[in-house]
Design a protein around this ligand. Structure first.
Ligand SMILES: Nc1ncnc2c1ncn2[C@@H]1O[C@H](COP(=O)(O)OP(=O)(O)OP(=O)(O)O)[C@@H](O)[C@H]1O
Ligand SMILES: [Mg+2]
Length: 411
């Protein structure tokens, strides 16, 4: 999967930005507050219908306007021609999503069209945060490789909600509880199986990738905890726990308690590793998922990497870039200085890298390795819209358009 074209309207300080001829590696550099992360957010919005900053749609929309729109063109070896995708979100929280001209009814339908992976400062949560973040990580991966997963996941969520509602009320007929317990046992067991099968393929890839990213870090491994006693099937575990569930008023055993433990030589990595080492582990976790997807012939995911150089020394930063480059995934990457990534990326300045300067919500394409074009300074970077490979690249920063309600995602 890769985006060849992107049009961003009213996302944070990006009033109108059009990016055409995007490359495999797209670097956005510029000063603090210029709009770099907002570009990544716009891509995430297109793929997942929400920001990765966990903030509401309202905070994503440019202040004083009523909606934001992101439109993109997605290419894939599986598609005969690029597919247009668009999303519009308004301040009430409503979303309109279109792919290939068809309106989608759910976000689940959207996410398979543009799988996106984020590596940013919040990604540390994956290692150091609560198990929920690791379950979401795991489920993201299972969803993309196992098409039956979503149905079981939704069924499980429905069942556990109903069962907990009954348990909370305290007064229930045993037969009523039995019905939900039986259904929960079936969907929970299926969920556990899908996760386990996925994990078994993920774990060796993680080990292989982290050994390339951080060869000095020996003894790292992933352990999967399914959320109930390993020696029991889920139905038996639920049966054994029913008294405690009734007493405590909720279902306390099952896939809703699953976790992935990252261990180093038998200790929790989160409690042992330095900040930079943690970042490398997080990168390895995210890269392993992308690797697994492409090994299985699924879509290649698009990586959104915010401020890669922070926390990493040059050698480790370069290894992350090398791996990203070898996966041939499309990458959107931000940094403060143009040279930050040029230094790290293998064969930097090559045909695959598109470089963009971001300033006060405007984006301009520059030739990798060239001097930043300054307004009214003839001679410097004479053709900022032509890449080193001679390809025309138009990154047009349109002056803030007056907001009208007529904007739509009809493309
Ligand atoms: N809803 C909004 N409407 C308008 N501007 C906003 C909105 N939300 C945030 N901003 C502003 O948008 C600008 C761009 O933010 P962004 O996080 O993309 O910057 P950045 O280039 O990633 O900066 P840094 O290098 O500090 O990470 C900031 O100045 C921010 O204050
Ligand atoms: Mg930022």
């Amino acid at each position: 999967m890769s985006l060849s074209r992107l049009q961003i309207s009213r996302v944070r300080n990006l009033r109108q930005v059009q990016l055409q001829g995007l490359g495999q590696v797209n670097v956005f550099y510029g000063p603090n507050g210029s709009g770099k992360t907002s570009i990544l957010e716009a891509v995430h919005l297109l793929g997942m219908a929400r920001s990765f900053r966990g903030s509401s749609a309202r905070s994503l929309i440019t202040h004083g306007t009523a909606d934001c729109v992101v439109f993109g063109q997605v290419s894939s070896p599986a598609y005969p021609s690029p597919v247009p995708m668009g999303i519009q979100r308004d301040t009430t929280g409503d979303a309109q999503i279109k792919v290939g001209g068809t309106q989608l009814r759910s976000v689940a339908e959207l996410v398979e069209h543009l799988p996106v992976q984020v590596i940013n400062a919040d990604s540390f949560d994956l290692l150091t945060g609560a198990p929920g973040a690791r379950r979401r990580y795991l489920d993201w991966g299972v969803f993309h490789v196992e098409h039956r997963f979503l149905e079981q996941w939704q069924r499980f969520q429905r069942c556990i909600k109903q069962r907990n509602k009954l348990l909370r009320h305290g007064k229930m007929r045993a037969t009523e509880l039995d019905v939900w317990t039986r259904d929960l046992a079936v969907s929970g067991a299926a969920l556990g199986e899908y996760r386990k099968a996925y994990f078994e393929q993920l774990a060796p890839r993680f080990v292989q990738i982290i050994s390339r990213l951080a060869p000095a870090l020996e003894g790292l491994e992933l352990r999967y905890q399914q959320g109930w006693d390993r020696s029991l099937d889920y139905a038996s575990a639920l049966e054994n726990a029913v008294e405690v569930d009734i007493e405590q008023g909720y279902t306390h055993t099952g896939p809703q308690r699953a976790d992935i433990k990252v261990m180093i030589k038998g200790r929790l990595a989160a409690e042992t590793l330095s900040r930079g080492q943690q970042k490398l582990v997080v990168c390895a976790l995210k890269l392993a998922q992308g690797q697994l997807m492409s090994d299985q012939g699924k879509a290649r995911c698009v990586y959104l990497v915010d401020d890669l150089p922070s926390e990493l020394d040059e050698a480790h930063g370069a290894r992350v870039c090398e791996l990203l480059a070898s996966m041939q995934a499309q990458v959107f990457i931000t940094c403060i200085e143009q040279a930050d990534i040029e230094r790290l990326w293998p064969d930097s300045g090559g045909a695959q890298m598109a470089m963009f300067h971001v300033e006060q919500g405007s984006v301009e394409a520059v030739i990798p390795g060239s001097v930043i074009p300054r307004e009214g300074t003839p001679g410097e970077a004479a053709e900022p819209h032509v890449l080193a490979n001679g390809r025309q690249l138009a990154a047009v920063a349109v002056p803030p358009a007056k907001y009208t309600n007529s904007s739509s995602i009809e493309k």
